[in-house]
Design a protein around this ligand. Structure first.
Ligand SMILES: [Fe+2]
Length: 223
């Protein structure tokens, strides 16, 4: 187990297990096993529910420095996005997202399958459905598909393009912490933020608060 007091050491490691604890290793290993065994994405995500739920239910594995807002965040609003595990080939990542009380993310997409759950606090999630055919990369027509409150220990799945566009707001008095397991290197791929009033779609990369994106990721995301 690594020493969480060695903050400098943690920041040196941009890939692999940035937080090397048995709870995270167990989930990553189970994800790799099921990815090899189950070709169908929806079935794979379903099969991952128990392992993901176990990580959310466990205490003591998330370092304090990755449980706090980040005032210099690339997401804005003091939102901290901390890589916990990143596959070097960009096929999988696990990160914590810390949203201060009252703050919210922009409306955004993810572009990968995955599972997202609340570890601390409470979030409200608003999911959008796309009404246009997506042929214009700079514009989108969205309508609210549903809203849900996500409490500690609860989680949902992502199966793009279904339910891939949402925003999340902290509705607890304390910052919310959500845990994200996604099949890309989410903070380093070029995703999109959506303005529902103007219909404008803007490409963005959120970046991690504790790890760098590699120049290769920027190139492949732009191509
Ligand atoms: Fe999200």
């Amino acid at each position: 187990m690594c020493d969480f007091g060695q903050h400098h050491h943690l920041e040196q490691a941009d890939f692999g297990f940035l937080v090397d604890v048995p709870e995270i290793r167990a989930l990553v290993e189970e994800t790799r096993r099921l990815t090899g065994e189950i070709a169908d994405t929806a079935a794979r995500v379903e099969a991952l529910r128990p392992a993901f739920g176990q990580l959310l239910a466990a205490d003591g594995w998330l370092p304090k420095e990755y449980s706090e807002p980040d005032l210099e965040s690339g997401m804005g609003g003091g939102i901290g996005q901390y890589a916990l595990y990143r596959a070097k080939d960009g096929s999988l990542c696990l990160f914590s997202l810390v949203i201060p009380a009252g703050s919210e993310t922009p409306i955004h997409d993810h572009l990968a399958w995955g599972l997202i759950g609340v570890y601390r606090g409470m979030q409200s999630e608003t999911v959008y459905r796309r009404l246009d055919d997506g042929h214009d990369e700079a514009k989108a027509a969205l309508e609210v598909a549903r809203k849900q409150t996500v409490r500690r220990g609860e989680f949902y799945t992502l199966l793009p393009p279904l339910d891939d566009i949402h925003y999340v707001k902290t509705v607890s008095k304390t910052p919310s912490i959500s845990i994200h397991l996604l099949a890309n290197d989410t903070a380093c791929v070029t995703r999109h933020r959506f303005d529902t009033t103007s219909g404008i779609v803007t490409p963005f990369r959120s970046g991690y608060s504790n790890a760098k994106c590699s120049p290769n990721e920027a190139r492949s995301a732009e191509s």
